[in-house]
Design a protein around this ligand. Structure first.
Ligand SMILES: Cc1ncc(COP(=O)(O)O)c(C=O)c1O
Length: 411
């Protein structure tokens, strides 16, 4: 019998975890969660700071605290309670879920949709369910983490699913990846191309018409995560495809969130062909093994989409706010990546510097978050300014004034 001198698991865990956490503190990268003391709107109440102008929420259309969105949630809980305490295939589906899925499909211009507790979960359902051995997934290198993890999961769950990346929005690189796939004897199945519609950290837009053209040339399918495009891009907020003048069904599958423009509570969805959604309902692990979106959230999201369709002027107001603010930030002398989206990143470089700048802005009453590694690649830390239709000119001017002060302080 061998005796072991190993340190105990808990001792080892404590040591190595403390080391990581200490390092984060020492390098100024430790994140502190703020306490919020009221609803999300153009301004919000933060413990220790009072009322601050909020420029870090994805509440793009200002619907998170809309009276009708709140009321819909209240009516939902009164009529249906908290939930079924079950997954949908066991106990069934509430009417608001079915209604919401119909609304999402109609809104996007596709056959069907299916909701989940988050877009992360929806995306996790996509590739592991719809891919088969011999398929390849070709992904933009800056795609959201949920796409990356869904791809990883697909290759683990189904041996023989392949994955590769193309350079960010680089059509030569995408063509090369498709060409390599076509010539790879192991790729015998479906080729999938996947991209964010609006890239969450850069705020730039996928070249969907060019990507679609390449997909058609090579016979590939196209999936788009339009979490930051839905409700924001296009004349009526349908999303990045509408911005490009494309029909909804020009995209084979969408993933999206209800936790940003469409109510802001939580929740996500897949949308596309009925065949695809049927397969998701039958086989996806996140439909078979986890509960549905809370019914209150489904009711609120239904209402949020109804408001968006009824009041497309919200999208126009957001667009005006974006144009005004981008111009203002550039005039202050900060370099803001050019784009019409509601995400305006100011690249700073160093993570600790981005966090310090964010802290200083908060002291001035403006809430903008600094993002660093591992959310963005090392050396590309940034302040991410996010705009909303809830903002009025006074909020935008306050942001620009505080950025001007900050610029003077840091030189
Ligand atoms: C592009 C993108 N996709 C997906 C998600 C995840 O959305 P959810 O919060 O609904 O899981 C996010 C949220 O950060 C995102 O930015």
């Amino acid at each position: 019998m061998t005796t072991t001198t190993r340190v105990s698991g808990s001792e080892l865990f404590d040591q190595r975890t403390d080391e990581v956490l200490r390092n984060l503190v020492d390098t100024g990268q430790f994140k502190t969660l703020q306490m919020i003391e009221g609803p999300m709107d153009a301004t919000m109440k933060l413990r220790g700071y009072g009322e601050v102008a909020c420029f870090c929420s994805n509440n793009y259309l200002g619907l998170a605290n809309h009276p009708e969105v709140r009321q819909a949630g209240i009516e939902g809980i009164e009529k249906y309670g908290a939930g079924t305490a079950s997954v949908r295939f066991i106990c069934g589906t509430f009417e608001p879920h079915a209604q919401l899925e119909k609304t999402i499909a109609t809104f996007l211009g596709v056959e069907a949709a299916y909701t989940f507790v988050s877009c992360w979960t929806a995306t996790e359902a996509l590739f592991p369910t719809l891919c088969e051995p011999g398929d390849i997934i070709i992904s933009d290198e800056l795609n959201h983490a949920c796409i990356i993890d869904s791809m990883r999961l697909a290759t683990v769950i189904k041996k023989g699913v392949h994955k590769t990346i193309f350079k960010h929005s680089d059509m030569d690189s995408l063509r090369e990846a498709l060409e390599n796939a076509v010539n790879n004897p192991d790729v015998t199945g479906v080729m999938w191309v996947v991209t964010d519609g609006v890239f969450s950290m850069e705020g730039d837009i996928a070249k969907l018409p060019e990507i679609r053209k390449l997909c058609d040339e090579y016979g590939a399918m196209l999936a788009v995560d339009d979490s930051h495009g839905t409700g924001v891009m296009g004349e009526t907020g349908r999303g990045t495809h509408e911005h490009h003048g494309m029909a909804g069904d020009a995209i084979d599958f969408y993933t999206g969130t209800l936790g940003k423009a469409l109510g802001g509570g939580a929740g996500g969805y897949l949308a596309g062909t009925k065949r695809g959604m049927d397969m998701i309902v039958q086989r996806a692990r996140p439909t078979l093994f986890t509960n549905a979106l809370p019914v209150t959230v489904a009711c609120s999201a239904n209402k949020a989409i109804e408001i968006l369709m009824r009041e497309p002027q919200r999208v126009q107001k957001l667009r005006d706010n974006v144009a005004y603010t981008r111009k203002g930030i550039a005039e202050v002398g900060f370099e803001v990546l050019e784009s019409p989206t509601a995400i305006c990143p100011i690249i700073v470089g160093d993570t600790a510097k981005a966090i310090a700048m964010s802290k200083r802005l908060l002291e001035m009453g403006v809430y903008v978050i600094g993002f660093g590694y591992p959310v963005v690649p090392e050396g590309t830390a940034r302040l991410r300014v996010q705009l909303s239709a809830a903002h009025e000119k006074q909020h935008l001017d306050m942001l620009i004034e505080c950025l001007t002060k900050l610029k003077a302080e840091i030189g």
